[in-house]
Design a protein around this ligand. Structure first.
Ligand code: UDP
Length: 356
């Protein structure tokens, strides 16, 4: 394939695209990016294009702040004429957002091969919108690039070896990005000095299952407040979570800041003592930068982190959060283990795409 249309729209997808787009350029693959607009703020979108030097989108759809059905439907409708006009050899989508599903569906309906990067992940929790998006996207895809062995096994259990598809274990493109930008982040980010940070825990909260229920969100904040009494907690706060905390006057004792760019985020991860998060990407980045992680969910798609003792799942329960904190804060682990491809995931995927 020589011409690819990439469809993206949410923060983690910009970081994945940074790794893959660079490889496309090196191989001479023509890439046209469509930004659906799902994330649109300067600090949730533009900052990543600027810092990570991602090619400017050829099309901007500006579709956001809608219900799941309306957003996915509007994207589907807007993508169809673009794909008819661009006539790509393949359409590339990342991860599990509404932009992923809309992109895959628009392409599949036009008989354009769908390439899914980060295929095969499952939480086995159908209440998550992400789980629905990833199951359907995988089923519509022609080329499935799986980050882990467990992702391959998930697809095999669902019978994918009987379909006319290519299943490739390529590793995790987020590790490529983390390794590539780590040195640049040291040079460009001054967040540690600017905020006078020393010993601290880094936390992020944004997942819908944690923000949809006020009770669950309050429990998580209560747990973080308690940990903050032992070790200062810093939270770059997702806009959705910030709005809910303000709307319901939830008492917050830890420090919150606006979402940060990727260079600042890398420095926060590198300098923290421990990470607490409900983010998929941040769980892995904690591992990449040698930090233990407490995951504020009941399940994870990144099961190898839990199996190898780097990550503990606590849901939203403050007591479990505290127990995991006490256990992990003193633990030493060898993080020098290859779970995610060691920085070659984008290269493997791009070479494969060019050859097919
Ligand atoms: N991230 C960032 N700034 C922040 C919070 C997160 O750059 O303030 C990055 C983080 O390092 C990771 C990605 O955004 O690379 C994760 O995105 P998010 O947590 O929104 O989505 P998920 O990974 O859960 O799909």
């Amino acid at each position: 394939m020589r011409k690819i249309v990439t469809i993206l729209g949410a923060r983690p997808q910009f970081i994945k695209a940074a790794a893959v787009s660079r490889r496309f350029q090196q191989l001479g693959i023509e890439e046209r990016i469509v930004h659906t607009g799902q994330h649109f703020d300067q600090n949730m979108s533009s900052v990543f294009f600027e810092e990570l030097e991602i090619p400017r989108p050829a099309h901007q759809l500006a579709i956001h702040s809608l219900s799941h059905g309306a957003m996915t439907g509007r994207m589907l409708e807007a993508l169809e004429p673009i794909l008819l006009d661009e006539k790509p050899d393949g359409v590339l989508v990342y991860g599990d957002t509404n932009s992923t599903l809309a992109g895959a569906l628009a392409a599949a309906k036009l008989n354009i091969p769908v390439i899914h990067i980060e295929a095969g992940l499952r939480s086995f929790n159908n209440q998550m919108p992400e789980e629905i998006n990833r199951i359907l996207t995988d089923r519509l895809s022609k080329m499935l690039f799986c980050p882990t062995q467990s992702a391959i096994e998930n697809l095999q259990r669902e019978g994918f070896e009987h379909f006319a598809i290519d299943m490739v274990k390529n590793g995790d493109v987020m590790q490529d990005a983390a390794l590539f930008y780590a040195q640049k982040a040291e040079e460009k980010s001054d967040i540690i000095q600017r905020l006078s940070l020393k010993n601290f825990a880094l936390a992020t909260i944004h997942r819908q299952e944690n923000t949809d229920s006020l009770e669950v969100l309050k429990e998580i904040i209560e747990g973080l407040n308690a940990i903050h009494a032992q070790l200062p907690v810093l939270v770059p706060l997702h806009p959705r979570t910030r709005n809910l905390i303000a709307q319901y006057h939830i008492p917050v004792r830890f420090q919150t800041i606006e979402p940060v760019g990727y260079f600042d985020m890398i420095m926060l991860l590198k300098s923290s003592k421990i990470v607490l998060t409900d983010s998929g990407g941040v769980q892995k980045e904690a591992f990449f930068f040698g930090k233990h992680c407490i995951t504020l969910r009941k399940e994870t798609e990144w099961v190898e982190l839990v199996e190898n003792g780097y990550n503990m799942l606590v849901g939203s329960n403050p007591e479990k959060m505290q127990q995991a904190f006490d256990q992990l804060i003193t633990k030493t682990s060898d993080f020098n283990v290859n779970l995610y491809g060691s920085g070659h995931a984008a290269e493997v995927a791009a070479n494969y795409i060019l050859a097919h």
